[in-house]
Design a protein around this ligand. Structure first.
Ligand code: AMP
Length: 219
C-alpha cells in the first residue's frame, strides 16, 4: 500500500500517520522529520534546511526531491509507505510521479485531512513531541500521564521551534498558496479521499478508517 497524507500544518497528519503505521504495519516517511533529524545531526543537509524550517518556509524543491528520491531507494520502502509532508508543491508532485514511474510503483490513496484554521492554530501551538521516540502529545488534547514526560519512554517532551503563532500563520499561508492546488491534482486522478479531522483523535481515526475502507491492494 502506498499512501500520501496531506493537509495543513497542525491538522494532525503526524498523529494519524502514527496510527496508520501501527495498524497497517506500513513504513512512515515524514520529510519534516527527516529535516529535523538532519538539523539535530548538524550535517550539511541540516545546515542548509535550518533557516527554512525556523522561518516556516519550504526548503527548495530540488533539495526536497533529492531527499525523497534517496530515501525511497531504501529496501524497507519496497513493500509500501506512507508519505507525510511530501509533495507540497506541484513540481514536487511531478517529480514524485517520475520517481514512482521509474520504479513502476503507483500511489493507491491520498488522504486529505481538513480542519478549521482556529482548530489548526490551537493544535499546533499546543503540540509537544518526545525528544527520544518522537511520540506526539498536546497540552490539552493528548496529555501525557506526567506533565512534559513521554508515556512511552520517559524522555522529556519539547515544543518544535516552528510551532509558534507567527510561524504558523506563515506556514498556513504557504500551504494555501503552494500545497492546496495539489489536492485538485490528485482529485482529478480519483486518488483523493477527504478526511474530516475536526474531532478528537478517536473521531479522526474513525474518519481515516472510513476513508481507507474498501481499499485493498487490487484497487
Ligand atoms: P512538517 O513537519 O511536515 O510540518 O515540516 C516542517 C518543515 O520542514 C516545513 O515547514 C518545511 O520547512 C520543511 N519541509 C517538510 N517537508 C517539506 C517539503 N515537502 N518541501 C519543502 N519543505 C519541507
Amino acid at each position: 500500500m502506498r499512501l500520501l497524507i496531506m493537509g495543513p500544518p497542525g491538522v494532525g497528519k503526524g498523529t494519524m500517520a502514527a496510527y496508520i503505521k501501527k495498524t497497517y504495519n506500513i513504513s512512515h516517511i515524514s520529510t519534516g522529520e527527516l529535516y529535523r533529524e538532519a538539523i539535530a545531526r548538524m550535517n550539511s543537509l541540516g545546515t542548509l534546511a535550518k533557516g527554512y524550517l525556523d522561518r516556516g518556509e519550504l526548503v527548495p524543491d530540488a533539495v526536497t526531491v533529492d531527499l525523497v528520491k534517496e530515501t525511497l531507494k531504501k529496501s524497507e520502502y519496497k513493500e509500501g509507505f506512507l508519505l507525510d509532508g511530501f509533495p507540497r508543491t506541484i513540481p514536487q508532485a511531478q517529480a514524485l510521479d517520475d520517481i514512482l514511474e521509474e520504479k513502476q510503483w503507483k500511489i493507491d490513496v491520498v488522504l486529505n485531512l481538513t480542519a478549521d484554521d482556529e482548530t489548526i492554530i490551537e493544535r499546533i501551538t499546543g503540540r509537544r513531541i518526545c525528544s527520544n521516540c518522537g511520540a506526539l502529545y498536546h497540552t490539552t488534547n493528548i496529555k501525557p500521564a506526567v506533565d512534559d514526560i513521554c508515556d512511552n519512554c520517559g524522555a522529556a517532551l519539547f515544543q518544535r521551534p516552528d510551532d509558534n503563532r507567527e510561524t504558523v500563520a506563515r506556514r498556513l499561508k504557504i500551504y494555501r498558496e503552494q500545497t492546496e492546488p495539489l489536492l485538485e491534482y490528485y482529485r482529478r486522478r480519483g486518488l483523493l479521499r477527504d478526511v474530516d479531522a475536526e474531532g478528537t483523535v478517536a473521531d479522526n481515526i474513525k474518519e481515516v478508517e472510513k476513508a481507507l475502507g474498501g481499499f485493498n491492494d487490487n484497487d
